[in-house]
Design a protein around this ligand. Structure first.
Ligand SMILES: [Zn+2]
Ligand SMILES: [Zn+2]
Length: 379
């Protein structure tokens, strides 16, 4: 069978059997089965959860290149009517990670056929990207230690951009974001005697306003946004004055330091309001993504590979507002995250009808192959 047909079959099989973050067991097993046909020098499984690494060593010493794809699907109901539709209700590959991991599996097969002249190629299949935890878990796992790299690359398909065009940028590419959860605790009382309890109602309302207004205050270096996504006060009980409240917000900015400022201001407001009203506060964070920042020398390798693959290049001036946990790898080596247009009529990412275009698979493989040729040479 031709490699493209094998990739198409793998992509559709994975699409039909999606698994959400931290549960990508069958997906990882399928990837291992497929890449072992490429005879890697080493395959390590169970990295940072269900992560998989395949390593290909070149003939001579040289730099290590890491290529990363994601393994997880989303808790979203698939609405399209395609033959390889999700078999699991409420879970679907509507971000295209099935396509990204198949692209990387295709790269592994190509590198297996023709090793690099020098250096090493590391293919990382990372778990739990959508919840912003997988990259950090991989990096923290001692099993990842031998795969520290000099250059790191990852692509994401981008609906709305012409098919196959390469979207690139130096510096910040995707926003940093984090989920903030603030709990305010007082004391319930009878609704007829609110003065005998400690209600968080007023503090909660003021906190929602303070968080929402925070980005318009001075002191940010770039774009900053705070979206209050959930708020809850007491119980639905008309005889009770509430004793607790929760406010949740997504804090987002192009720079990590601006997310920190948004966070500090929200916590300051919560502390001040709690002190005023005699409440206790507790804060937690979830889904923390650092900014994805491209090293210019790595982004240049992407541009060069795009030209060699005869792909148009779209230079974006403004970073994307969404977040991506690939930013974590920027602390290890020179990294570049880039987009590949999946077509102007392709449904948006996370839309229930999204299905990765199979024709994009060879485009991604060729881009990655050219990055390797340019840096490590080909055997
Ligand atoms: Zn996504
Ligand atoms: Zn994604």
């Amino acid at each position: 069978m031709h490699l493209f047909e094998e990739l198409q079959e793998l992509r559709r099989t994975i699409h039909s059997d999606p698994e959400v973050a931290h549960t990508e067991e069958r997906t990882a097993a399928r990837i291992v089965e497929f890449i072992e046909r490429a005879r890697p020098d080493r395959v390590v499984t169970g990295i940072g959860g269900h992560g998989v690494v395949a390593e290909f060593v070149g003939e001579a010493a040289g730099p290590t290149l890491l290529f990363r794809a994601e393994l997880d699907a989303l808790p979203i109901k698939e609405r399209g009517d395609i033959p390889h539709k999700s078999k699991t209700d409420g879970v679907a590959h509507v971000c295209g990670h099935d396509g990204h991991m198949t692209t990387l599996a295709g790269l592994a097969r190509r590198v297996g056929e023709r090793r690099p002249k020098r250096g090493r190629v590391v293919c990382l299949f990372q778990p739990a990207e959508e919840v912003g935890e997988g990259a950090a878990l991989v990096v923290a796992d001692p099993k990842f230690e031998p795969f520290r790299f000099d250059y790191g690359f990852a692509l994401h398909n981008l609906p709305g951009y012409p098919f196959g065009e390469v979207v690139v940028k130096d510096g910040p590419f995707a926003a940093a974001s984090k989920g903030l959860i603030v709990e305010l605790t007082g004391e319930t009382s009878h609704a007829s005697e609110p003065e005998k309890g400690v209600s968080p109602a007023l503090a909660m309302a003021e906190l929602v306003a303070a968080i929402a207004k925070s980005p318009s205050e001075p002191g940010y270096r770039d774009f900053a946004l705070a979206t209050v996504i959930h708020a809850r006060l007491g119980e639905v009980a008309f005889g009770t004055s509430p004793g607790e409240a929760t406010v949740m917000a997504t804090l987002r900015a192009y720079l990590d330091e601006d997310v920190a400022t948004l966070n500090d201001r929200a916590i300051e407001a919560a502390t001040r309001l709690a002190e005023r009203d005699g409440l206790r506060t507790a804060t937690r964070h979830t889904e923390e993504f650092p900014a994805t920042v491209n090293a210019p020398e790595a982004a240049d390798l992407v541009r060069r590979a795009a030209r060699e693959t005869n792909r148009g290049i779209v230079e974006v001036e403004t970073p994307f507002r969404w977040s991506e946990d690939f930013g974590v790898f920027g602390a290890i080596g020179a990294t570049a995250f880039f987009g590949v247009g999946s077509g102007e009529r392709q449904p948006a990412l996370h839309n229930g009808t999204f299905d990765y275009p199979d024709d994009l698979l060879p485009v991604g493989v060729e881009l990655f192959v050219n990055i390797i040729k340019d840096t490590l040479g080909e055997a």
